[in-house]
Ligand binder design. Structure first.
Ligand SMILES: [Zn+2]
Length: 445
């Protein structure tokens, strides 16, 4: 092991990602068939367009285009004022037309960034059908299901900016989170709605240029497999370099059962696809007013929400991170906090949601507050003891006191929470609240 690590210290891993995400639109990308194909009987949601029958004409799905632009904006991309669809040609049984409608040189979004990772482009295309390999009457056969054919698919391409597996992991999870926040896809990896294609290459340390090759690993459908596939490639390529061999530019597939990758084909270049503009769909041109309207649909993204929760509700980083993990949970929390009659602090609500694992689908925010209040016992705290604690809270939390004086109700909630904490949850929230208000009033005079 020590030997291997010493070897690896000579090299640096370069990883880029292509991520495919199926959009949760009602209908498919270029026809009226339903886009939700998961679990449907094979070939039951198809029509001449998504079966690629001659003469059938594609009509782009407006919602899918807007969703792609939303994602592009959320990833801080530029949105070129003109964009178009192209035909990408290749022959495979899951592609009935012999070409895929995709975007080549004028994608919907370009030059973005997400954290430290540069986003090269975000483009829109159609998904392919799906092959199933089976044995029927003792014979190995391949069956094709076109339900998925024509489902809107967004492709996000990063620059090769990752150096470690951890960076890849963090990026993918944040990307999935943001896609779910935008409500444009469930990004469910088990259902194949989010698929990952990492490109991996190795260079010796202190080299500036990118390696002359890269190995692309196709269609990985879990974070765990992505990790395994990249780990395997790092090892395989390092061994090759160590023995003086040059790894080849290649497309490889991840083999789940063995946890390794296997060569599929030597990597094709763009000209192999004979791209040309899709003649049946006119180019898209945007007015800046249209882009602003799409931008307004984005709403508050996870990092901004987290920052606001920390500021507005006096939550620590940990609580704010967990509460904003999913949009539904964050919204539930804010609903509970906004119930004005309540004297439960945001911190207490956060604790209950996080630690008691409340089923947010079954317990309404109002019911949650009742539960919290009932659990707060109202036992004997002497008046002197309470007086002392109130004074202490006020002197230790001047900022919150000032905030409350300037009209911020949440600040009072925070102070009540501090009181409950000092009394190890034995105090009565309404009494603490009243005493705090009186103390602040009399100190102001
Ligand atoms: Zn169709």
């Amino acid at each position: 092991m020590a030997h291997k690590m010493a070897k690896n210290m000579k090299y640096e891993t370069i990883i880029g990602l292509e991520v495919h995400v199926e959009l949760a639109t009602k209908s498919k990308m270029f026809c009226g068939c339903p886009a939700d194909h998961f679990g449907k009987a094979p070939n039951t949601i198809t029509c001449p367009v998504c079966l690629g029958l001659p003469g059938a004409l594609p009509v782009p799905n407006k919602k899918a285009v807007e969703s792609t632009i939303m994602l592009g904006l959320a990833l801080e991309c530029e949105i070129p004022l003109e964009s178009k669809f192209d035909r990408k040609h290749y022959f495979y049984p899951d592609l009935p037309k012999g070409y895929q409608i995709s975007q080549y040189d004028q994608p919907l979004a370009i030059n973005g960034s997400f954290g430290n990772v540069r986003i090269r482009r975000v483009h829109l295309e159609e998904d392919t059908g799906k092959l199933q390999h089976a044995t029927i009457e003792g014979e190995a056969v391949s069956l094709v299901d076109f339900n998925r054919s024509g489902v809107p698919l967004v492709e996000i391409v990063t620059e090769p900016d990752f150096r470690t597996l951890e960076e890849v992991d963090v990026f993918l999870k944040k990307l999935q989170q943001i896609i779910r926040y935008l409500g444009i896809s469930n990004a469910d990896m088990e259902k194949g709605s989010m698929r990952i294609e990492p490109s991996v290459s190795i260079r010796t340390l202190k080299t500036e240029e990118l390696p002359l090759y890269r190995v692309e690993i196709k269609n990985i459908n879990s974070f765990k497999f992505a990790r395994k596939a990249i780990e395997y490639e790092i090892e395989r390529q390092t061994e090759m370099l160590e023995s003086g061999e040059q790894p080849k530019q290649q497309t490889r597939g991840f083999v789940e059962s063995k946890g390794n990758t296997a060569a599929q084909r030597d990597k094709e270049e763009a000209h192999d696809y004979r791209y040309f503009p899709e003649p049946d769909i006119p180019p898209m041109r945007w007015k800046s007013s249209q882009l602003s309207a799409i931008s307004r649909q984005i709403g508050e993204l996870p990092d901004a929400k987290k920052g606001r929760f920390m500021k507005d509700y006096y939550l620590n980083d940990y609580d704010a991170t967990l509460l904003t993990e999913a949009r539904a949970r964050a919204e539930y929390f804010e609903k509970a906090v906004s119930i004005q009659s309540s004297v439960v602090s945001p911190k207490a609500i956060a604790n209950w949601i996080i630690n008691k694992k409340i089923d947010l689908e079954k317990v309404t925010p109002a019911q949650l507050l009742d539960q919290i209040l009932q659990s707060t016992q109202t036992t004997s705290v002497s008046d002197n003891e309470l007086e002392k604690i109130i004074k202490q809270i006020l002197s230790e939390n001047e900022k919150a006191v000032e905030d409350y004086k300037s009209g911020k109700d949440q600040a009072l909630m925070f102070l009540v929470g501090q009181g409950l904490k000092s009394l190890s949850q034995k105090g009565n929230a309404s009494i603490i609240r009243e005493r705090l208000i009186n103390a602040i009033k009399s100190s102001a005079q």
